[in-house]
Design a protein around this ligand. Structure first.
Ligand code: AMP
Ligand code: MG
Length: 404
């Protein structure tokens, strides 16, 4: 608690993450695996390369035959990728070979094409590899039984490539948590619908859905509820079975603020609903059974900032990535900043100029929490703790990046 009876951000996050376990696991095909989190280590089913393979186009020869140069050898066959040479190389012989082909038995060096001269079935080797044999040895990449990707690894296009080469057609990952998102407000219409004279377009649910998807969750938009208990409860019922329920709007104490009672009518046990945070003081957290419920402010900037601070760690914990935030970016302040003498931790939207080293951080001039264009232009958040003193330009700061 802070001096004003509000829950601190750290305490609020700790309560949200308390007892969160990663989701149950499922099998996914390789082509759907990028971005998912491995629930078990991947063990190679195969050895790579499976045979000694040519690393160059040229001729496979015996090292002993090219000890003195030039050396003229008899060409006895060809090995190309997918089509090995079916014999053994004897003294004085060579085999035409292409990159990726198995090096024939008896051969131990591949001489680059550029270092040879061919005349019918005779090949003269004029130079030899200095130290390299131009042979990729069997198992030089990895061996069957080796565990190369650990549980908890977030799959990337590169590690999916490795998993494929290891011979795994499917991977065991944590299921995506289903995150249901409901907007509330009589004034809201969906994007694409022309707003009436008193209306605006609902925007924050789309940003929250994008945030959830990028963190590995499965967002489900429940649409817009009117500001009536009944409509809110009807739409909340669509969240049945979701792992997380996010609402936006209607969380403060105004006349039309109905979300908390509607959630309680659905069985929510309230955890807290006020935090010492700017933007975003009215923030509901509770549970309906195992479902975690986050009631975010309707204000789009507040909901995106609160989503970043609370929803993102929750989704990450559920997908098996732990609740730890992305590492922050070290920067220097590009201008003077006044003290935070308010009662709440202030999450200032900031831009980062990465053209300097370290990057230069500038807080946006207009921190009004209804403005979306500066939010979209911002790179991250500069956190001003309660009581943080004024800072001159050049002070070292840390920025929480919006995107890694
Ligand atoms: P509320 O939290 O419902 O009091 O809403 C605070 C402000 O955010 C009001 O100006 C609303 O019009 C606006 N707002 C609420 N929900 C949304 C939404 N989904 N998209 C954009 N603006 C919203
Ligand atoms: Mg509202």
């Amino acid at each position: 608690m802070t001096g004003h009876g509000l829950l601190s951000v750290a305490e609020a996050l700790a309560r949200i993450l308390d007892g969160v376990e990663p989701m149950p696991v499922e099998e996914v095909a390789l082509e759907a695996a990028s971005g998912r989190v491995l629930a078990r280590p991947i063990v190679a089913r195969l050895t790579q390369p499976p045979f000694d393979a040519a690393a160059m186009d040229g001729y496979a020869v015996r090292a002993a035959d090219i000890a003195t140069l030039p050396a003229t050898l008899d060409l006895i066959g060809e090995a190309s990728a997918g089509h090995g040479f079916d014999g053994t190389l004897g003294a004085g012989q060579c085999v035409r070979i292409f990159t990726g082909a198995p090096v024939p038995d008896g051969a131990d060096v591949v001489v680059m094409q550029e270092d040879t001269a061919r005349d019918g079935a005779k090949v003269t080797i004029v130079a030899r590899p200095s130290s390299a044999t131009h042979v990729r040895p069997r198992g030089g990449d990895f061996a069957q039984g080796q565990a190369l990707l650990a549980a908890g690894h977030v799959l990337t296009p590169r590690s999916v490539t490795l998993a494929a080469a290891m011979g795994q057609p499917t991977l065991t990952v944590y299921r995506r948590p289903r995150v249901a998102i409901l907007s509330t407000g009589d004034e809201l219409v969906a994007p694409g619908t022309m707003p009436g004279p008193d209306q605006i377009v609902a925007s924050n649910s789309y940003g929250l859905a994008a945030m959830v998807a990028a963190a590995g969750g499965a967002p489900q938009l429940l649409g817009i509820a009117r500001d009536t208990r009944q409509d809110i409860e009807t739409k909340l019922a669509l969240a049945e079975g979701a792992d997380v329920l996010v609402t936006s709007g209607g969380a403060s104490v105004g006349e039309y603020d109905l979300v908390a009672p509607a959630l309680e009518a659905r069985g929510m046990k309230l955890g807290f609903w006020k935090i010492a945070m700017r933007p975003g003081k009215p923030l509901i957290f509770g549970r309906i059974g195992t479902q975690r419920v986050l009631g975010l402010p309707g204000n789009p900037v507040s909901s995106i900032v609160c989503g970043h601070v609370f929803l993102l760690p929750l989704v990450r914990a559920l997908v098996g990535r732990g609740g730890a935030p992305e590492p922050s970016v070290r920067a220097v302040l590009g201008h003077d900043l006044s003290a935070n003498d308010g009662p709440r931790t202030y999450y200032m939207r900031a831009r980062l100029d990465r053209g300097t080293s370290p990057p230069t951080a500038s807080t946006l001039i207009d921190q009004d929490s209804s403005l979306l264009s500066p939010l979209a232009a911002a790179d991250g958040l500069l956190v001003r703790e309660i009581g943080a003193p004024a800072m001159p330009a050049g002070t070292a700061v840390e920025i929480i990046p919006f995107e890694a």
